[in-house]
Write a protein that binds this ligand. Structure first.
Ligand code: ATP
Ligand code: MG
Ligand code: MG
Ligand code: MG
Length: 476
């Protein structure tokens, strides 16, 4: 089943059961706690918290998601895309656990000829929160699941909250056993690549108080109106139904992977390191397409920096595959053709998208050209001296003079088995920023101190914004 068919089958199923079909929100979100929408429930938050009255008691959507925390996983696990689509059904004070579990089970296992996904019921495992006897009983009754395939888990995995006071509650996840070739037996607690999570049901039934974070906060009581929030990974369902190993090989990304392999003249499946690179390219090109279509532009901060990193990793991966010419416009066109049936906006904005991506690619190729030799020489010298670490001063020089972001230096040095003195680098960056600040202060106070030396530093190097890193590493 094609991804686009899984998508519409899901929406049809829930529309037939009284849910209003709500279109995906754009990826960049006004939600102040996030850079991008990272789950189907994000656009519905005001309805779930009670801040706004939901226009419908039940809704269903296929939401575009970008999870920056998952970027490092891409290509290495079988199941994490930096962009993915989350199919969801939502109840705002309407139905609760029994219907949510019944619907998820029914759609997952109903025969394909009958409008379902036709998964083998004998290979489905579920998790429940250890306190949630009600859900365990429902899984036994509704799905006739044996107790061994209902795994109890603790707060860390199976209790949901928004991280702030408000609604919270237990979750229940559905996993599919993809067989011994993909990992060890024993259920999702043992191996989550073999037992792949494909659907998460959140039962918002309590209200939580102030507390440190994910766990350890007080439960204040039952919510007056209980909600259901579910998320089924569209690409994960496609992986299962298309019988492929991983989500990069499904119909919306595999053609990009194949085109990248063709350009680079490598064969997918021939070399594990190249395979990871090909999967990274397939994933990142599609993510960039969707972000650019939704109006994010490459930049040095926040959203723009995430996009810039994604584009650069795609370019670098192509280079590592042995292809040094511009490739993005070519690859983006392949991704566009796969995504346009569900997202016509990517075709409409394609020319702008290709221009922006190619502009970024050209600039990055120039940066690489300038800095790569400097980096390689420095790394070679470290190695010749029997060392294992590139100095902070070298990383600073690469950043400051050659425009190498430190993450690039780290990554390229690591590929050659050399570490980077991050602390030394950070100290130099801080010193530079303090010089710039002192200069600005002196100017504001009208001081007659001679700041020409500081001025010269600022003029030459410009102030450096270090926030991009903090946002990237703390955002989920
Ligand atoms: P995992 O444990 O596999 O990382 P998760 O528990 O973080 O998944 P949820 O936050 O529960 O995922 O999201 C709901 C559903 O969205 C998951 O059950 C999965 O099907 C899908 N999903 C989550 N993250 C990704 C991703 N990076 N790529 C593709 N699908 C995803
Ligand atoms: Mg996850
Ligand atoms: Mg999980
Ligand atoms: Mg989950």
């Amino acid at each position: 089943m094609r991804t686009a068919d899984i998508r519409s089958r899901f929406l049809d199923f829930f529309a037939e059961r009284g849910h209003t079909v709500v279109p995906s929100a754009p990826l960049p979100t006004p939600d102040p706690t996030l850079l991008f929408v990272n789950a189907g429930m994000v656009p519905f938050k005001p309805y779930l918290t009670g801040e706004a009255t939901p226009p419908w008691p039940r809704a269903t959507s296929v939401q575009k998601c970008v999870r920056t925390l998952d970027i490092e996983e891409v290509g290495r696990t079988t199941r994490h895309g930096s962009f993915f689509q989350m199919n969801g059904n939502f109840s705002f004070g309407d139905y609760f656990k029994e219907e949510a579990i019944t619907h998820a089970w029914d759609l997952s296992t109903r025969p394909v000829a009958d409008g379902g996904f036709g998964l083998d019921p004998a290979r489905i495992w579920v998790t429940v929160h250890h306190s949630d006897a009600e859900s365990r009983a429902l899984w036994r009754r509704v799905a006739a699941l044996p107790d061994e395939r209902i795994v109890a888990r603790g707060d860390e995995d199976n209790f949901w909250s928004m991280g702030v006071p408000g609604p919270c509650g237990p979750c229940s996840e559905l996993y599919y056993d993809r067989g011994p070739a993909l990992g060890r037996a024993g259920g999702p607690a043992v191996d989550e690549d073999r037992y792949m999570e494909f659907w998460n049901l959140v039962f918002m039934q309590y209200e939580r108080g102030e507390g440190p974070g994910k766990t350890g906060y007080p439960i204040l009581g039952e919510l007056p109106r209980r909600n259901i929030d579910t998320g089924m990974g569209l690409e994960r369902m496609a992986t299962l139904l298309q019988g492929v190993d991983n989500l990069y090989e499904t119909d919306e990304t595999r053609p990009v992977l194949d085109r990248a392999a063709e350009l680079a003249g490598v064969r997918y499946g021939a070399d594990p390191a190249d395979d990871v690179r090909l999967r990274v390219v397939a994933d990142h090109v599609r993510t960039a397409l969707m972000l650019l279509a939704d109006g994010t532009a490459p930049g040095n901060e926040g959203r723009g920096y995430v996009l810039r990193r994604i584009l650069r990793r795609a370019v670098r991966s192509m280079r590592q595959l042995g292809y040094g010419d511009p490739a993005l416009a070519d690859l983006l066109a392949v991704a566009r053709d796969r995504m346009a049936p569900s997202y016509p906006e990517v075709a409409e904005a394609y020319e702008r998208i290709a221009d922006q991506a190619s502009g970024e690619e050209d600039a990055f190729r120039a940066t690489l050209k300038q800095g790569t030799t400097v980096l390689d020489t420095a790394v070679a010298r470290v190695k010749a001296d029997g060392g294992r670490q590139l100095s902070g001063a070298q990383a600073f020089l690469l950043h400051d003079t050659y425009g190498f972001p430190v993450d690039l230096t780290l990554e390229m040095a690591a590929e050659q088995g050399v570490e980077v003195d991050r602390e030394g680098f950070t100290a130099l960056m801080r010193a530079q920023r303090e010089r710039a600040r002192a200069d600005a202060r002196a100017r504001r106070s009208g001081s007659t101190t001679d700041t020409s030396a500081l001025r010269a530093v600022l003029d030459e190097h410009g102030p450096t914004d270090w926030r991009a890193w903090t946002t990237l590493t703390t955002e989920s």
